[in-house]
Design a protein around this ligand. Structure first.
Ligand code: ADP
Ligand code: MG
Length: 404
């Protein structure tokens, strides 16, 4: 017998599905599946550490770290959502806040989101940081709130704004006359601790938990479950699954990259009107993901770096730093901007090579001695399609092409 809800289920799934995808949403990298594999220990340790809150006792601050795609965000959100469910049947005033500090961007925005999640009204702009803190602390004390704040990608916050905000938060319990605050910090960067004041570090990592990279075998199981959720039956081939797991494992066991690979491969099959996802689509997906990453990197470069990229692209032979500099100066001249010194340009060339946009390698150049010969690592067509979005650069690109 079909009941109403299972019929609704069939229709809503039909709406979301195509010949390839059963549920595209399940293939997003921020989707959290009901079952998380190989993380039982981490889930248990976090749950145990946090459970005193159910008796109104402040849980220790917890610090999770591990490389991108090791399941930190998924595990933290998973445990907290279960805790919320249990806590909601209690009389105690629980408050939870989750903020991704990289996406929030500024200290103000982070505190704004915490305040909002705690039900405290704060304007979008205009207050000083200490005023927002004041409002948060006062409300917690007055209402006896038990607050748990998850700060994700906390390494971003500290690298761009220092650790003042963390200092204030970790000291909060001295200032509160009622209720409490606990912090669940998450970092993608293992060396991040070096950036913290020792007092902040010791307070943040009352409990500390490492998320190791996944092996290729583990990724295969994670992926095969994800394939069942996201793809129509028998669309995704075993060969494609094996290749995607192996590729993601070689990239520091990154489940995010693995999920991105299968989603993008599915999109490629769909667009090409294919019935299956095979190894070939995984390979194409890999190229596309890397290209997209480079396009993003290219797009966000400052003007002078973009001009340097174009200078390298414009020179076919005698690719010495000197020739690149001459060409760069002529573009600056065209645009009426002041050129940077050769030393600064050389620094920017190094930066571009660290980003994987250029390879700058040193070679012997006869009497001039050793000089760096930069070379493009991205196809010119990509550079052109990204940079020609900017009308100023388009003029230069047209000029380069008219010389050829
Ligand atoms: P991190 O926060 O460490 O960068 P995420 O938690 O965002 O990693 O995980 C990246 C992707 O991989 C997400 O789509 C997540 O659902 C999936 N994932 C990670 N670990 C597991 C796991 N153990 N089981 C199932 N899926 C996982
Ligand atoms: Mg994360």
């Amino acid at each position: 017998m079909y009941n109403n809800s299972s019929i609704d289920d069939i229709f809503s799934r039909a709406l979301k599905s195509t010949n390839i995808f059963l549920d595209r949403n399940a293939l997003r990298s921020d989707y959290i599946p009901d079952k998380l594999y190989f993380r039982d220990d981490q889930i248990r340790i976090i749950a145990e550490a946090i459970s005193p809150v159910l008796h109104g006792v402040r849980p220790s601050n917890i610090f999770l770290y591990g490389k991108t795609g090791t399941g930190k965000t998924a595990v933290a959100k998973f445990v907290l959502s279960r805790l919320k469910k249990t806590a909601s049947s209690k009389e105690i005033q629980f408050k939870f806040s989750y903020v991704n500090t990289r996406m929030a961007g500024t200290e103000y925005r982070i505190l704004y989101e915490v305040a909002r999640d705690f039900g405290i009204i704060v304007p979008h702009t205009g207050l000083s940081i200490s005023e927002i803190f004041d409002r948060i602390f006062k409300t917690i004390s007055r209402e006896n709130l038990l607050g748990i704040i998850t700060l994700d990608e906390i390494d971003f916050l500290v690298k761009s704004h220092g650790d003042d905000l963390l200092y204030e938060l970790t000291r909060s319990n001295e200032k509160l006359s009622g209720g409490f605050l606990s912090i669940l910090g998450i970092s993608n960067d293992l060396t991040f601790k070096d950036f913290l004041d020792p007092r902040v570090l010791s307070s943040l990592s009352e409990e500390e938990l490492v998320f190791p990279p996944y092996t290729s075998e583990e990724l295969k199981i994670i992926l095969s479950e994800r394939v069942k959720l996201g793809f129509m039956l028998n669309v995704f081939t075993d060969a494609a699954l094996n290749l995607a797991s192996a590729l993601a494992a070689s990239e520091h066991g990154d489940a995010r990259r693995a999920v991105d690979l299968i989603r993008v491969a599915g999109e490629i099959s769909e667009r090409s009107g294919l019935k299956n996802v095979e190894e070939q689509q995984i390979r194409e997906a890999l190229l596309k993901i890397d290209q997209d990453r480079l396009s993003d990197a290219l797009n966000s470069l400052p003007l002078h770096s973009k001009l340097i990229v174009l200078s390298v692209a414009s020179i076919k032979d005698s690719l010495s730093t000197g020739a690149v500099y001459t060409s760069y100066c002529s573009y600056c001249n065209n645009l009426g901007v002041q050129e940077l010194t050769p030393r600064r340009v050389s620094g920017l060339l190094n930066e571009l090579s660290m980003l994987g946009i250029l390879s700058a390698y040193t070679t012997s150049m006869g009497r001039q001695g050793r000089s760096k010969r930069p070379k493009l690592l991205i196809p010119y067509s990509t550079i052109k399609s990204v940079l020609s979005n900017d009308p100023i650069l388009l003029e230069i690109i047209n000029k380069i092409e008219s010389i050829e």
